[in-house]
Design a binder for this molecule. Structure first.
Ligand code: AMP
Length: 111
């Protein structure tokens, strides 16, 4: 069980800000920006590389949830949405998730 499955099962605490039957969103425990939220599907897809065409609705939903949370948290001057897939991207939890970062200027290219 990954840490995200434990959060979904309420076995590990998290600052949950949104949830429905398909996904959950909570604040990252090690924030890289003043706003750093993770949007996590409840069904385990290890990483984007392993997603299939049948996951298209779920993947689209994660982005629309990011949009809605950005609005709710007033990220009106911009925000970044990130998916780390695999070791070179720095993926550390093998359960697909979308990072939503905002409330500061974010450099490009990323490190
Ligand atoms: P990634 O490196 O893309 O796999 O992102 C995993 C993220 O999960 C990191 O930003 C971690 O800080 C975050 N994280 C790990 N454990 C927890 C936790 N218990 N609650 C909230 N966020 C967590």
């Amino acid at each position: 069980m990954t840490i995200f499955e434990k959060i979904i099962a309420r076995q590990t605490p998290a600052k949950i800000i949104w949830e429905d039957d398909d996904a959950i969103a909570f604040h990252d425990v090690n924030p890289q920006a003043p706003v750093h939220v993770l949007i996590v599907p409840k069904r385990v897809v290890p990483r984007l590389t392993e997603a299939t065409d049948s996951d298209s609705a779920l993947l689209g939903k994660l982005l629309l949830v990011a949009r809605d949370i950005a609005k709710k948290l007033d990220l009106s001057s911009g925000y970044r949405v990130v998916i780390n897939s695999g070791p070179d991207a720095g993926e550390s939890v093998p359960h697909l998730h979308v990072h939503l970062l905002g409330k500061r200027a974010l450099a490009w290219p990323p490190g």
